[in-house]
Design a protein around this ligand. Structure first.
Ligand SMILES: Nc1ncnc2c1ncn2[C@@H]1O[C@H](COP(=O)(O)OP(=O)(O)OP(=O)(O)O)[C@@H](O)[C@H]1O
Ligand SMILES: O=P(O)(O)O[C@@H]1O[C@H]([C@H](O)CO)[C@@H](O)[C@H](O)[C@@H]1O
Length: 201
């Protein structure tokens, strides 16, 4: 139900949200609707962010085939969301390995990158319908995490030569597969940042 819609009183109103059934009738007052208590419960999508130590039970709940990908996802753009939706469509669930800030800094993307901190990047990814789990990793490659997740399919964007990746060799070692997804032309975080900086003068 969208904010402000009236509905029949239901049981199980989320914590922090007062049921309309228990709210004072404000129809005859001039008080604006914005004075109604704001929800205080954290959004459910944050539950998709899991620590590596909590992975086994979280993975056990995911339907197979399981797809895995990884990256920095610093400023989310159309290329990313297209790629993640296409990756998810290859299986029944998608786990994203997300470079921690320390790990991202080792990748040579620039001295001020990542611009968005790891918790913010994780939250934005977790809010996507295509993403089932987000797991941070601290190394310069996702190999150790990949070995924990043991997906059926490893996916990376077409900016990588999939056959040359160590991730491809690893996923094939347990009978998994690897696939490259074609790039959405002209979309990258680096290009976006450059354009913003040029316009700023
Ligand atoms: N335009 C795009 N189309 C499809 N997939 C993409 C695109 N850009 C990035 N990806 C994929 O998204 C994942 C995360 O990529 P990354 O965070 O490096 O994006 P980026 O925009 O290329 O960033 P940067 O410019 O900082 O390198 C990678 O697997 C990459 O292959
Ligand atoms: O966001 P990026 O830069 O595409 O993600 C990187 O991918 C690397 C890739 O898996 C090559 O092996 C990985 O090693 C790196 O840690 C980033 O996740």
């Amino acid at each position: 139900m969208k904010f402000g819609e009236r509905a029949a009183p239901t049981q199980g109103t989320p914590a922090g949200v007062r049921s309309f059934a228990t709210m004072p009738d404000m129809s005859s007052r001039s008080t604006p609707a914005s004075t109604v208590d704001a929800p205080t419960a954290p959004p459910a999508f944050l539950q998709k962010i899991v620590a590596q130590t909590d992975l086994p039970p979280a993975l056990a709940l995911l339907p197979r085939p399981l797809v895995f990908t990884n990256g920095v996802f610093d400023i989310l753009h159309r290329g990313h969301v297209t790629y993640l939706a296409q990756a998810r469509a290859q299986g029944a669930s998608l786990v994203v390995g997300l470079n921690s800030d320390a790990s991202a800094r080792t990748l040579g993307k620039g001295p001020d990158r990542p611009l968005n901190a790891q918790d913010d990047r994780a939250a934005v990814l977790a809010a996507l319908e295509s993403v089932d789990l987000v797991v941070l990793f601290d190394q310069s490659t996702p190999l150790a995490l990949l070995n924990l997740v043991r997906p059926d399919l490893y996916v990376k964007g077409g900016d990588y030569a999939i056959e040359t990746l160590a991730e491809t060799t690893l996923v094939r070692s347990w009978g998994g597969h690897a696939m490259a997804i074609p790039l959405v032309a002209g979309r990258s975080t680096t290009a976006l940042v450059q354009r913003i900086r040029r316009h700023r003068g």
